[in-house]
Write a protein of this length. Structure first.
Length: 616
């Protein structure tokens, strides 16, 4: 999905384009605005989709034509604004504006925006809106929606940009054939596959348990049953009912619901499975066959020198060639079986293709070699269920320079304490086993250093690979905690299980220069208070057990106590562009869609129902 949306407002002079933009930004009416408002950038944090949104104004005069054409070609969605007290501004939409876009060869969604509804007096809604817009939508398939608003009151202004953003991020055209009034075949095929995956007991029905897993809304079955009795059987949704449900979502202006489900199951904009879906956002670890093979290989050799063992591998020892782990560059090659297996566990987790290559070099006897690997379910599924059954966990260790991150990693790798400070100049990775109630787990700790830490955390794909993020602060340094507090605010990481660690507990505890102290800060996030450690005195074992415990029970350490890894259908209830959206729509925003089931449907009520879970 794209990471930015460019919204262009066009229309005749005097319809209120600039005023709409200004009302959105100022949250109040500004009577006198400049001819063309400068481009507005809305940061990703404001939107639930985490996309950067650009809002662009334009003029309609002859001197503005070159600028207008340039912006039309750059736009991802175009809002054509008309004034309800100026019938000519509305009449020119099908005879001038829409043909003009086609003449330029532009094929982007179009939103019609009726401004100045405050001029209707006390009646701001227009029950004839669908009848007025219907002929235009029939002739111009690019028109997605019509929204009426008032920049003066202001009313429904944020909804204009919500629907504009939605038209780009969740387009209706790939999903639905408006002429046939049915799902397109590619969409039907994709949803049918998803239904079969969700139908765990393979009885052809999504029963109550499977619906709860899928997080459907209360009353969904009644809606489907009302449209088609065959859509519900034995109090569960049939495949036909599941398809009908998504047809209803789309017809009632909620294509984002269907898109969220499709993307969750690996589909791209062309409704094909993405390449990354085949190796999804999950971890790869050694299977029992893989562990047995590497154990057998190790026991054949003398255990004290690895050069002969890797004589068949052109790249030599993999953790030297690939810098796995960074802290063990000084090893002479002698390792124990425990260290040997741990390192292969880490290499497989971080770079499974390297493991596949070395399986071939070392003579893995079975084909395909992928039998030595185990692809586990995605981390977000573990977080949704509240439990992980994997054996290898990845933990990012973050914190200010000098906070003790490297010492913590060295301690985990069995190195002696060294109080010499050197800034981390490269990514460091260490691995070791941790005994959890008699079960051996492998924990990989990674430190990025100040040079690479921002790059790793701002990369959502990179951040999503972590099972746990550990924020380290020096309990004896008054400024250390502020660094990790600012780090959390800067990046969207609250969906990743989190643990705070206070190092250098052997020194005097310092009052942190922060609005609240670390223990209060953690309690406010519904997290356990920082784990106190001292590498110097050897008091570190508890923290590694704590990290594994968090990884195995991820929901216990989601900041804020909320699991942000909701299932696809659950997220539809929280799809809000601006905070005013729910109140505005559920109060009765009138929006016209091309795909309504029947004339006269009150769109605001339906969107309010989907967002709020209320029966109509």
């Amino acid at each position: 999905m794209r990471r930015d949306v460019r919204i262009l407002l066009v229309g005749d002079e005097g319809v209120g384009k600039s005023t709409i933009i200004t009302s959105l930004i100022k949250e109040s009416f500004v009577p006198h605005v400049q001819h063309i408002v400068p481009e507005v950038t809305i940061s990703p944090e404001v939107t639930s989709e985490n996309v950067t949104t650009y809002i662009v104004d334009s003029g309609a005069g002859s001197s503005d034509k070159d600028h207008l054409e340039l912006e039309i070609r750059k736009a991802h969605v175009i809002c054509v604004v008309y004034a309800i007290d100026n019938s000519n501004s509305f009449n020119r939409i099908p005879v001038y504006w829409l043909p003009y876009f086609r003449q330029l060869g532009i094929n982007v969604p179009v939103i019609l925006v009726g401004n100045k509804i405050d001029l209707r007096g006390g009646e701001v809604t227009n029950k004839a809106l669908e009848d007025e817009i219907g002929p235009i939508m029939g002739d111009f398939k690019e028109v997605e929606t019509c929204v009426e608003c008032s920049a003066k009151i202001p009313l429904n202004v944020s909804e204009v940009f919500y629907f504009a953003q939605k038209a780009v991020l969740h387009p209706t055209a790939p999903l639905y054939d408006s002429k046939k009034k049915a799902l397109k075949s590619a969409c039907t095929d994709a949803l049918s596959r998803i239904f079969k995956l969700c139908d765990i007991n393979k009885d052809g029905v999504l029963d109550n348990g499977e619906l709860n897993e899928f997080q459907e809304l209360e009353g969904i079955k009644d809606i489907v049953r009302g449209c088609d009795p065959n859509g519900v059987r034995e109090d569960g949704l049939t495949e036909a009912g599941f398809l009908l449900l998504h047809t209803i979502f789309i017809r009632r202006g909620r294509p984002e619901t269907t898109w969220t489900v499709l993307r969750e199951y690996g589909y791209a904009e062309d409704l094909r499975l993405t390449e990354t879906f085949f190796i999804p956002n999950c971890s790869v670890e050694l299977s029992p066959l893989g562990y047995q093979f590497f154990t057998d290989v190790f026991e054949v050799f003398d255990k004290d020198e690895l050069q002969d063992l890797f004589s068949t591998a052109p790249s030599g020892i993999p953790w030297r060639t690939h810098k796995f782990p960074g802290l063990d560059d000084d090893d002479d090659g002698a390792v124990t079986l425990q260290v040997w297996v741990a390192r292969w566990s880490m290499i497989t987790l971080l770079e499974h293709k390297t493991t596949l290559a070395y399986l071939a070099y070392l003579g893995y006897p079975e084909e395909p070699r992928t039998g030595a690997l185990l692809i586990t379910r995605p981390r977000k599924h573990d977080r949704r269920r509240g439990k992980s059954t994997r054996n290898v966990f990845l933990c990012y260790v973050c914190g200010a320079a000098g906070s003790g991150k490297t010492s913590l990693l060295r301690s985990f790798a069995g190195k002696q304490f060294d109080d010499t400070y050197e800034p981390t100049e490269k990514v460091l990775s260490v691995v070791n086993s941790v005994d959890i109630h008699g079960s051996e787990k492998y924990l990989v700790l990674q430190e990025f250093g100040s040079k690479y830490e921002p790059e790793a955390l701002r990369n959502s794909k990179k951040a999503d690979l972590a099972d746990v993020i550990v924020y380290v602060h020096d309990s004896s340094d008054t400024n250390s905690f502020s660094y990790i507090s600012n780090l959390r605010q800067q990046y969207s990481l609250d969906h990743v299980p989190t643990l705070f660690v206070a190092t250098k507990s052997d020194l005097d505890l310092a009052q942190q220069r922060h609005e609240v102290q670390p223990d209060v800060y953690c309690r406010r996030l519904s997290l356990q208070v920082p784990v106190a450690v001292s590498v110097k005195t050897g008091q570190t074992a508890d923290v590694f057990h704590a990290i594994c415990s968090v990884a195995m029970h991820p929901n216990s350490s989601i900041p804020g106590g909320v699991d942000r890894s909701l299932s696809p259908a659950a997220r539809l209830r929280t799809y809000i562009f601006f905070s005013a959206l729910v109140g505005g729509l559920s109060a009765g925003v009138l929006v016209a869609y091309r795909t309504f089931l029947r004339p006269g449907t009150f769109a605001g009520q339906w969107v309010g129902w989907f967002l709020g879970g209320r029966s109509q």
